[in-house]
Design a binder for this molecule. Structure first.
Ligand code: ADP
Ligand code: MG
Length: 321
């Protein structure tokens, strides 16, 4: 194992080989309709893949509807991937979930398989007050209890257009006030900046979920994000809580990943989910098929870890406090 580094041809090939061998075993176990009884990773994967495929996953409902914004001004840390996969996992578990795509690229809308071509009613028109949030909601093909308000490229201009509007920081909050109670969970996928769109998300939420990539420089810029959350708490939304941190793209072959994880845990303590999302080819492939990793490859490590992370989030929401 020593000497292998992520991103190298060898490392990628090894990971693919691991996935292929595991996948073959999972698939054959499922085909034979007989799950291995032993407690090996493959047996666990097969059992869970079967649960996902057969709809046997259940998640506890939250005591109150929860709105989480998935934020980090760094790009490429797994915000969109996390919003999508946690949302899908909770929906597969029977909860009513709404994803709000607040990122002009519309990657979350794409992964959730909803329409996002120019002209589709989207979060942009909702923010400008041109349409009702309810009229922009689409049901995702993957699950009837999973919906999405998509983003189209038009949203790219919103940061600037919002500046001159009345109550510019609280437009999203007002827009979703009427529909948030229709869902157990609302996830808002933020753009990689701390501009007005992210501020709107933070005002509309009760909780912030920060994905942190287990990489060098991962903690850089986090101070600024925390100061922003404090500022929003002070001036715009006293209820905002940094409730959840998820470590993403963990590569167990590097010491660095462990160091980053340990540092994040020592600083943020119980806000950090026990589950860590591994770096996995399947996770990055799924959006290319307009899918979450849970539907694209339910037996993969990526799917299992997002399912576990979603369960931790659901358990926390259901807990009496
Ligand atoms: P953000 O929304 O923070 O910009 P994304 O969720 O879009 O980040 O992720 C950035 C890139 O990394 C995407 O190409 C995504 O598919 C990939 N990615 C995210 N999580 C993982 C993972 N656990 N393993 C491998 N690739 C990942
Ligand atoms: Mg994103």
């Amino acid at each position: 194992m020593r000497g292998r580094r992520k991103g190298t041809l060898v490392a990628d090939a090894v990971e693919s080989a691991w996935d292929v061998s595991r996948e073959t075993s999972v698939d054959s176990a499922l085909e034979e309709d007989e799950l291995p009884g032993t407690d090996t990773p493959i047996a666990r994967a097969a059992r869970r893949a079967l649960d996902i495929r057969s709809g046997a996953v259940t998640m506890p409902a939250p005591r109150e509807p929860r709105v989480l914004c998935v934020a980090n001004q760094k790009g490429g840390v797994g915000k969109t991937t996390t919003a999508v996969n946690i949302g899908v996992a909770l929906a597969l578990g029977g909860l009513r979930v709404l994803g709000i795509d607040l990122e002009p690229q519309g990657n979350a809308s794409g992964a959730l398989g909803v329409e996002r071509t120019v002209g589709t009613p989207s979060i942009y028109e909702v923010l400008l007050g041109e349409i009702d949030a309810r009229d922009a909601v689409q049901i995702c093909p993957d699950a009837p209890n999973l919906s999405c308000i998509p983003a189209t490229l038009g949203l790219a201009g919103a940061e600037i257009e919002l500046v001159s509007l009345v109550a510019r920081e609280s437009r999203l909050q007002k827009a979703i006030a009427d529909i948030r109670a229709d869902y157990d969970y609302v996830f808002i996928d933020c753009p990689p900046s701390l501009g007005l769109l992210t501020v709107n998300a933070m005002v509309a939420t009760s909780e912030v979920l920060i994905p942190i990539q287990c990489e060098y420089y991962a903690l850089e810029g986090l101070g600024q994000l925390l100061r922003n959350i404090d500022m929003v708490r002070k001036h715009l939304n006293p209820a905002i809580d940094l409730s959840t941190i998820l470590l993403t793209m963990y590569d167990g072959r590097t010491k660095l990943a462990d160091q980053v994880a340990a540092e994040v845990r020592s600083h943020f303590k119980e806000a950090v989910l026990t589950t860590v999302i591994p770096r996995s080819v399947k996770v990055s492939e799924a959006p290319g098929f307009s899918q979450s990793v849970l539907t694209y490859d339910p037996g993969s490590r990526g799917a299992m870890s997002y399912l576990d992370a979603a369960r931790e989030i659901a358990d926390y929401g259901a807990k009496e406090r």
